[in-house]
Design a protein around this ligand. Structure first.
Ligand code: NAP
Length: 309
C-alpha cells in the first residue's frame, strides 16, 4: 500500500491505523495549510534512516481552526516534534510553553520539540540561512555588509534578526512597504550593537524603500545581497533589483530555490558575482531541527541527497 501524500486531523484520531503502512511509526510531521508541496519529508526520512532512528516523518494538513486539536493529537500520538509552515508560524509561537532566544526575537516558530509533554519552540530558518551563507560563500554573516531585499516579510525579518544578532558589519533593510523595514530597523538597533566592536558610522543599520535610486546609493558598500521577497518563483515576476546594480564583488543569496537557477542568480553570475539559491537554507534549517529533536548531529549528506533526489 502506498503512503498518502498528506495526512489530516481525522487520521490523527486513529494514528496507528492510519500510518500502519509506513514501516516505522510516524513521530514527526510538517504541519501547514497547504502542506502537500513541502519537501521536508524528502530530507527527514533519509536522515532518520541514516541515523538508525525507527520513526517516520509525514505531511499533516491542519487548517488554522484545527491547530489546537492537531497539536493535542500529536502529543497523544507520541510525537518527538514537528515543523511548522504557512500559515501557522505565528500561532504556534503563541502556543508553545517555552522558546529559544532566536524564535523569540524573530517572532515565529518553525520547529517544535515535544519534551515531557511541553512544547519547546525554535526558529531554525534564521540560523539555517547563516549556515547556508557560510557554505555557499565561505563567509560568516558577522563579517559582511548585508542588504536584505524583502525585509518586511516573514523570511526577511528572520534574516534581519539573525544578521543583527550576529552583529554583521552593516545591515540595509529594503522593503516595498518601507514602513515595515523602518519599524524593524528601530527594533534591531540595540541588537546589532556590539559592545566589543568599535562602532562604525551611524548608518550601520538603515531602512530604505524598494527603489532603484535608493538601492544604488547603498550597493557600493554591500558585500551580500539576500533576496527574501517572494519574487523569482514565477517567470513573469518582476526583477528583484535591476541587474545593472549588481557588481562583481557581490555575493547574492536568493532564498527562492524553485527554479534552481533563478533569474536573480543568472543575472548575478552574468555580472561576475557569486550566487546561490535557497536550497542550502532549506537543508540547514532541517539539519538544525533534527539536532533539536534528537540531540545528535544531523546526517546532513543523507538529507542533501534526499533533497536532490
Ligand atoms: P512573505 O511574508 O509573504 O513576504 C514577502 C516579501 O516579499 C515582503 O517583503 C513583500 O513586501 C515582498 N514582495 C512581495 N511581492 C512583491 C512585489 N511584487 N514587489 C516587491 N516586493 C514584493 O513571504 P515569506 O514567507 O517571507 O517568503 C519570502 C520568500 O522566501 C519566498 O520566496 C519563500 O519561498 C522564501 N523562503 C525560503 C526559505 C528557504 O528555506 N529557502 C525559507 C522561508 C522562505 P511587502 O512587505 O511590501 O508586501
Amino acid at each position: 500500500m502506498s503512503e498518502p501524500e498528506v495526512y489530516t486531523l481525522a487520521d490523527l484520531g486513529n494514528w496507528k491505523e492510519a500510518t500502519r503502512s509506513l514501516g516505522f511509526p510516524a513521530r514527526l510531521a510538517v504541519i501547514g495549510d497547504p502542506v502537500a508541496h513541502s519537501r521536508s519529508p524528502q530530507m527527514h526520512n533519509p536522515a532518520l534512516r541514516a541515523a538508525g532512528i525507527e520513526a517516520s516523518y509525514v505531511r499533516l494538513h491542519l487548517r488554522p481552526e484545527e491547530l489546537a486539536e492537531g497539536i493535542a493529537g500529536m502529543k497523544e500520538a507520541g510525537f518527538v516534534g514537528f515543523n511548522v509552515t504557512i500559515p501557522h508560524k505565528s500561532a504556534v509561537f503563541e502556543a508553545v510553553d517555552d522558546m529559544s532566544e532566536t524564535a523569540r526575537r524573530v517572532g515565529a516558530v518553525n520547529t517544535v520539540a515535544i519534551e515531557g509533554g511541553s512544547l519547546i519552540g525554535h526558529n531554525t530558518d534564521a540560523p539555517g540561512l547563516r549556515r547556508a551563507v557560510r557554505e555557499a560563500f565561505s563567509m560568516d554573516l558577522r563579517d559582511l555588509r548585508i542588504m536584505i531585499v524583502g525585509a518586511g516579510g516573514g523570511a526577511g525579518r528572520g534574516a534581519a534578526v539573525q544578521c543583527a544578532m550576529d552583529h554583521c558589519e552593516r545591515l540595509v533593510l529594503v522593503n516595498r512597504t518601507v514602513e515595515k523595514a523602518r519599524e524593524l530597523a528601530a527594533e534591531l538597533r540595540e541588537v546589532i550593537h556590539d559592545p566589543d566592536r568599535l562602532e562604525g558610522p551611524a548608518d550601520r543599520l538603515v531602512a530604505i524603500p524598494w527603489e532603484e535610486r535608493a538601492m544604488e546609493r547603498e550597493l557600493g558598500q554591500i558585500d551580500l545581497i539576500i533576496n527574501a521577497t517572494s519574487l523569482g518563483m514565477k517567470r513573469t515576476d518582476q526583477e528583484v533589483l535591476p541587474r545593472r546594480l549588481i557588481q562583481p564583488h557581490h555575493l547574492v543569496y536568493d532564498m527562492v530555490y524553485a527554479p534552481a537557477r533563478t533569474r536573480l542568480m543568472a543575472e548575478a553570475e552574468e555580472e561576475g558575482a557569486k550566487a546561490a539559491n535557497g536550497l542550502g537554507m532549506l537543508l540547514w534549517q532541517g539539519a538544525l531541527a533534527f539536532e533539536f529533536w534528537f540531540n545528535q548531529p544531523a546526517p546532513v549528506e543523507a538529507m542533501r541527497a534526499g533533497l536532490a533526489g
